[in-house]
Ligand binder design. Structure first.
Ligand SMILES: [Zn+2]
Length: 163
């Protein structure tokens, strides 16, 4: 007969977790990281301007709005001169018409200082370079529903001339 070592049950006793207190639904954290203000733009209508210095590559904020289908988006933009619609995938779009996010007034420039990044249906805007206080924020819209029929007034040396 060998020596029988005291058998120790190493399995931890079952832990009864208390029923999690119902988490109060918190509002999502504010995605706007830098102060942006809206005022008249030399490019077009209203613009979005940096109200504080923004370092290069930082997330400036987001353009939020109503999440709709691309089909619905196309219906809504028809016949409208000024649109605030961003396609976030081949199926979904964000209608920022009723949004209060200052970044929704970001104008197009052929030499932009910000870049739009679509992530999980969210429209994020990042600084492509350091942006000084008072500079207008611009993004390259890429393809628009104007299909090259809208004259571009961005004033950049390499302006493509149309949107
Ligand atoms: Zn241009």
């Amino acid at each position: 007969m060998g020596i029988v070592l005291a058998s120790i049950d190493t399995a931890p006793p079952p832990v009864v977790l208390p029923v999690a207190a119902k988490q109060a639904k918190r509002p999502p954290a504010n995605p706007q990281k830098f102060a942006v203000e809206n005022r008249a733009s030399a490019i077009d209508g209203m613009g979005a301007f940096a109200a504080e210095a923004i370092p290069a590559y930082k997330k400036i904020g987001e353009i939020r709005g109503e999440s709709i289908t691309v089909r619905e988006a196309h219906k809504r933009v028809r016949g409208q001169a000024r649109i605030m619609m961003i396609e976030v995938s081949d199926k979904r779009a964000v209608d920022a018409s009723a949004s209060t996010d200052a970044l929704r007034y970001t104008n197009h420039s052929c030499t932009p200082n910000t870049v739009l990044r679509i992530r999980q249906g969210r429209v994020e805007i990042y600084a492509m370079r350091a942006i000084a206080v008072g500079e207008e924020l611009t993004a390259d819209y890429g393809e628009t529903h104007h299909a090259g029929t809208l004259r571009c007034r961005c004033g950049a040396a390499n302006c493509r001339g149309a949107l």
